[in-house]
Structures are given as C-alpha cells and as structure tokens.
Ligand binder design. Structure first.
Ligand SMILES: [Zn+2]
Length: 439
C-alpha cells in the first residue's frame, strides 16, 4: 500500500478502520523516509486503529510506542525540514496547543498532539503529513524535543510547581530550558510569557523573542527573582522588577478584559473558553500563529470558536444533572478553577486519584486554597478521597465522602440542578470514557 508520488511516499489505504480522512494517510515529507521509518509509521497507525476499535482510547500513545520500537530515530526523520511548533509550560499547554492548531488550520493543514505530550504522542502527531506540526511537550522533555525536531517556533507559557513526586525544582527546569535555548543553531522564534520571571530568565538572552503579557496564573506568593534570588517587586499592573536590574520585558502582545493588543494592532477578543487563564492561552496562540505568518484576524476568529479542550469545560448530563467538567492537576490549575467557579454556588464534586499521570503524592492538595469553597456543597470522591477530605476539613470545608463520582453527583444536587465536577487527570478521563463522551 506504499507507493511513491513525485518522489514522495503515499499510503493509499489502510487495512483497518481509521477515523481520520483518507487524505491524512498521504505521507508526504520533504525528506523521503527510509523504509524502516515507513514501516514504523504503518505499524503505529495499525496499532492505534486497533486500540480505537477496542475502545481503549485514542491510540496515540500505544501507536507512537510501536512506531518508536520499530524505528527509534523516527521522530527526527518525520520532522526534518517541517514547520514544527513546540508548546510547553506547567499549565495551559494542551489548551494552547489546540488553540494554535485551530489558528494555523485557518489557512493550512495542521497535525497536533492531543494531550499526549511524551515522545510516543509526538511521533503519532508527526506521522500525519501536514504543513504545520504543533507539539505539546512536557516541561522536562523540552530540551530533548528541541534537539530532535529543531522547532521553528517555541512557545513557553509558565513554570510552577507541579505534582511533587515528578517535578524537580522548577528552577532546575528553567535551567534546562535556558541551556537548550543557548544551543540553538537554527532559525527559531520564541513566543514567551513576559509575566513569568522563570520563563524570562530561561529565554531573555535569545535574539528572537516575541513577548506576551501572559499573566501569572493568579499566583499569590511573592515572585523570587531567578537571577539573584531576592524577592522581586510586583506592581499593581502585574509588572515585576528586581533590585538587581531584572524586570519584565516590554510585551509585544497584551490582553485585557475586552481586547488583544499586538504590534501596531488592536482587536476585540472574545474566546469562548472560560476564564482569565484561557484568555492568556488564546493570546499566546494568536501570537504564535502570527509568528508563523497567519493573518491575525483569522487567527483570532479561529481561537474564539474553540469551546472545549479534550473534554474540559464541556457540560455533560450525569444522572440527570448537567455537569460542567473541569480538570485540575496541581495548585496552579486549581487557582484557575477556583477563579472560574467563583461566580456561582453550584455544588462541586472533586475527584482525586493518584496514579502515574496524576502524580502519586497527593501532598500538593495542601497547597490549594480550598478555603475558597466555603459555603458550597462539596463532595470528595475518587481513589484518594480520604486525603482530599482531610485537606478540606482542615480548610474548614465540610464535605460528603462518596467513592464513585456518579453517586457523588447524585448526592450533591437534585435532578436537573447544575453541578461542577473537578477531577485529576486520570479521574477526569476515566469518567469521560465511562460516559462515552467523545472529544
Ligand atoms: Zn534579581
């Protein structure tokens, strides 16, 4: 089924059902792929298709693993000579990746990762032959991915403490980013959050940076200057500066309550995704699309249309109650969620697991300002519901403890009443699968 067209390779059909349109099987890379890579891609696609058939998930990770097993160098080969954008940061990378893919997709073909941000997920995205490739990359894999894929654009959102057992000190992550950026020998533009001192510290020596005032994700603690370790001053407008001379760079793009301001450019800006953090993600996506030459108005229209990200923010019926699905995986994303649900008093179900993707150590719960839930009906569920219940109790929040999230939804609200559900990564995705919600 592999045939050569104009010096490029095409796969005409697949043996197994694949929901992607046939055009996606046209493997047209600027550098012809060696036989081993072609076979690796085919094996991966077949595996992904089987995984989807068996309803085991989207198949991106398992397919990518098979591809890598057949050809360990496949990612380098699949990305050679292509327009690659790498998106990383502790929070907002899945959302920003999706928004950027939509913005680029207004004028060209795009492949992107969908929440699968380790190497296997990147391989699956790269195996689709598109003009643009947008890769969400785990913070700890940025250096390696840069060496492998030589991105045209690097988008750096923020750095904050993630799950304690998997995240080394954030400063060390910034060090790794800084070292990797110092090694760049190809043409690359960095789109970086000027409001995050660690991002600025990693990036500021690089000659081609587009600065976006991307916000600090509601971070309340004092900002420590990454250059000298002193506490930096943050003024009312959110700008930071330090006695040592480090300061927030002047941004090329800023976003306010109604508008997006770019270089010699201002536009009304109304993303459908809720919350301030998503306004910032959307601004970063538009700035990155503009760096790739996409018309700014087209990019804005595209990001404004996105209403949910990998199931997040969807409202789904559970036991006869409309339930808004939210994901919170660390203290920074909880800050965003608390901000988002501030305006209503709907009952809230919190579902905490501690599997690999969630982080096995739940002590991060003690860094979440759950006091903000005072006055609401709250249920703790999931595999680590007792850890959560103890934390809530200490924060002065009385909660119901219910093992199963569907039972918890029933317990907190009568039929027909709206509920907010916040889950850690595995809890959130398990529930979507169980409800047969496709995204
Ligand atoms: Zn300083």
């Amino acid at each position: 089924m592999l045939r050569q067209i104009d010096g490029r390779y095409a796969v005409s059909s697949m043996v197994l059902h694949d929901p992607h349109p046939a055009s996606e099987h046209l493997i047209a890379f600027s550098t012809p792929l060696p036989l081993r890579s072609r076979l690796a891609v085919l094996a991966g696609k077949a595996t992904s298709a089987v995984s989807r058939r068996l309803l085991l998930g989207r198949g991106a990770v398992i397919g990518g693993r098979v591809t890598l097993a057949v050809d360990p160098l496949v990612l380098t080969r699949l990305t050679a000579g292509r327009a690659v954008t790498v998106v990383s940061g502790t929070n907002g990378k899945t959302t920003t990746t999706l928004l950027l893919a939509e913005a680029l997709g207004s004028t060209r073909t795009v492949s992107s990762t969908a929440g699968a941000n380790m190497t296997a997920g990147l391989v699956t995205a790269a195996a689709r032959p598109t003009e643009e490739l947008v890769l969400e990359v785990d913070e700890l894999f940025v250096a390696r991915t840069m060496t492998t894929t030589r991105p045209t654009v690097l988008v750096l959102l923020n750095l904050s403490r993630d799950q304690l057992d998997r995240m080394v000190e954030v400063r060390r992550v910034a060090d790794r980013w800084r070292a990797a950026i110092a090694e760049v020998t190809w043409n690359m533009t960095i789109v970086a959050n000027a409001d995050d001192p660690l991002v600025v510290w990693a990036v500021h020596r690089f000659p081609d940076v587009v600065w976006v005032a991307g916000g600090t994700r509601g971070r309340r603690e004092a900002i420590q200057c990454p250059s000298c370790g002193q506490v930096a001053i943050v003024n009312a407008a959110g700008m930071w500066s330090c006695a040592c001379g480090s300061a927030r760079p002047s941004p090329n793009w800023t976003v306010d309550a109604d508008h997006l301001h770019g270089p010699a450019f201002i536009s009304p800006f109304n993303p459908s995704l809720p919350g301030e953090a998503n306004r910032s993600n959307a601004a970063m996506a538009v700035a990155a699309a503009a760096a790739r030459g996409v018309d700014r108005h087209a990019a804005i229209s595209a990001v404004e249309r996105v209403e949910s990200v990998a199931g997040r923010y969807l409202t789904v019926p559970i036991a006869g109650r409309p339930v808004r699905m939210l994901l919170a995986k660390n203290p920074a994303s909880w800050t965003e969620v608390l901000h988002l649900i501030d305006d209503d008093l709907r009952p809230i179900v919190i579902c905490v697991n501690a599997r690999g993707p969630d982080g096995r150590d739940t002590s991060w719960l003690w860094d979440v300002a759950f006091e903000g839930l005072a006055g609401r009906v709250v249920a703790a569920c999931g595999e680590r519901r007792w850890d959560l219940a103890m934390r809530l109790e200490t924060a002065g929040i009385r909660c119901l403890v219910v093992q199963d999230p569907v039972d918890a939804v029933r317990a907190v609200a009568p039929a027909g009443s709206s509920v907010e559900l916040v889950g850690t990564y595995s809890a959130f995705h398990d529930l979507l699968r169980r409800l047969h919600v496709r995204w």
